[in-house]
Design a binder for this molecule. Structure first.
Ligand code: GDP
Length: 198
């Protein structure tokens, strides 16, 4: 898929306020600092579209971008913040769960996982919650340029080994680097395929 147009539509605090025109949506979510903004900018080819920030938890709303007038890229707030007040965290989780659990036009969620760290409890819990809610998802390993190929293979194998404790099948997954644009073609092709299948 070529990306011809990317338009920021708006940021919404709740699922029921999001656009109702029926275009399919692909959501992006991960722990704060996982490299989500960098990946979104890399995919759309628009530097600075999603804010790449050093401050964890800057995006706290559901951000909608319309791509090629055909689908929405939905930038969700990160999960697993350490520095957010408990009440705010509850609000954030409700917003994320509300969107993912109820959104009829959600085609698939991409769960971003930092390839540089061992399997994280927050990621595994989140993946399991998606399974429980029957949300289709794919995994995206980020920042893979920081690893040697052998380390990358070890880290992804460790992740899948942990996942296999609760999952029978390994979900679709992608190896990416925003730095080197790795995985861009594969991700866009996959989005195209999912759209063709719905
Ligand atoms: P977000 O909080 O998930 O949106 O993460 P950001 O996109 O703001 O990235 C967090 C940090 O990781 C920033 O310092 C980025 O420069 C860095 N980063 C993001 N993607 C990559 C990548 O593919 N390779 C490397 N080496 N660093 C990355």
């Amino acid at each position: 898929m070529q990306i011809h147009t990317t338009e920021f539509i708006a940021s919404y605090p709740r699922e029921n306020m999001c656009p109702k025109d029926g275009l399919p949506e692909f959501a992006f979510i991960g722990r704060s600092n996982v490299g989500k903004s960098s990946l979104i900018n890399m995919l759309t080819g628009r530097k600075g579209l999603a804010k790449v920030s050093g401050t964890p938890g800057k995006t706290r709303l559901i951000n909608f971008f319309r791509i090629n007038n055909r689908w929405y890229l939905v930038d969700l707030p990160g999960y697993g913040y350490a520095k957010v007040a408990k009440t705010k965290l509850k609000e954030l989780n409700q917003m994320i769960e509300g969107y993912l659990g109820r959104r009829q036009t959600l085609a698939l969620a991409f769960i971003l996982v930092d390839a540089n760290v061992p399997p994280q409890k927050a990621d595994l819990e989140f993946i399991n919650s998606m399974g429980a809610a029957n949300v289709p998802f794919a995994l995206v390993f980020t920042k893979t340029d920081r690893l040697k190929p052998s380390q990358l293979a070890q880290h992804t194998a460790a992740f899948f080994a942990t996942l296999s404790e609760t999952w029978e099948t390994i979900p679709p997954h992608f190896i990416t680097s925003a730095e080197y644009r790795t995985g861009r073609e594969e991700l866009l092709k996959f989005i195209e395929e999912v759209m063709a299948s719905i």
